[in-house]
Design a protein around this ligand. Structure first.
Ligand SMILES: [Zn+2]
Length: 203
């Protein structure tokens, strides 16, 4: 498994391209903007995008999903709770296309040698999910290095956010953490040094 981080857009959202090196099939997580940079990376490395996985419905994570889908034919996945169709809130601009698929807690998306398990982690948004693939956790805006996502936007809820952080911190063992913004980390580091994780684990 090869993980490439492409920061996109004004908010520097981390778009992740996760590739199975045997087949060169890949999944793109949170193509928030700059579809051209993402497509350039795919093309110059001869990668086939099989799935577009959204951690939540905010525009800075979904902005380039449709153009990437049109160029690659990949299926888009998201949690139904963050779909524009199910929310009038302005912060959820994205509507899942007709051939897209909803996913939720306990579901898994498999492409070639990669298996992405969906863990519901509401709090930043109602439909926020974390994706677990091998020893990697793609946490969207639920968990950041040393911090967590804001809960003051529509659909946000601090109680749920802390429950979600506790859920992640309670996973056995250690993981590489790949958040929706800023630097990557490890779960063991966040359990120790992240104020919100410590608060969540000690409630
Ligand atoms: Zn967000």
């Amino acid at each position: 498994m090869l993980i490439k981080t492409i920061p996109v857009g004004q908010l520097e959202t981390n778009c992740y391209v996760v590739t199975d090196e045997q087949t060169l099939d890949c999944a793109v997580i949170d193509p928030g903007d700059e579809s051209n940079s993402i497509l350039d990376y795919l093309e110059s490395n001869h990668l086939r995008c099989r799935a577009i996985l959204l951690t939540h419905g905010h525009y800075d994570h979904t902005g380039a999903a449709d153009s990437l889908r049109e160029e690659t034919g990949a299926t888009v996945y998201m949690n139904r709770l963050d779909d524009r169709k199910n929310s009038d809130d302005y912060v959820f601009p994205y509507t899942l296309p007709e051939n897209g698929k909803y996913y939720g807690d306990g579901d898994a998306v498999e492409i070639s040698g990669l298996r992405f398990e969906v863990i519901a982690t509401p709090g930043h948004t109602r439909g926020g999910v974390t994706l677990r693939c091998g020893n990697a956790l793609f946490t969207g805006d639920t968990l950041f290095k040393g911090s967590c996502g804001r809960t003051d936007l529509p659909g946000g809820d601090m109680d749920e956010e802390l429950e979600s952080l506790n859920k992640l911190c309670s996973l056995p063992g250690d993981y590489e953490v790949y958040p929706g913004h800023m630097d990557s980390s490890t779960l063991s580091r966040e359990r120790l040094f992240n104020y919100y994780c410590r608060l969540a684990m000690n409630r």
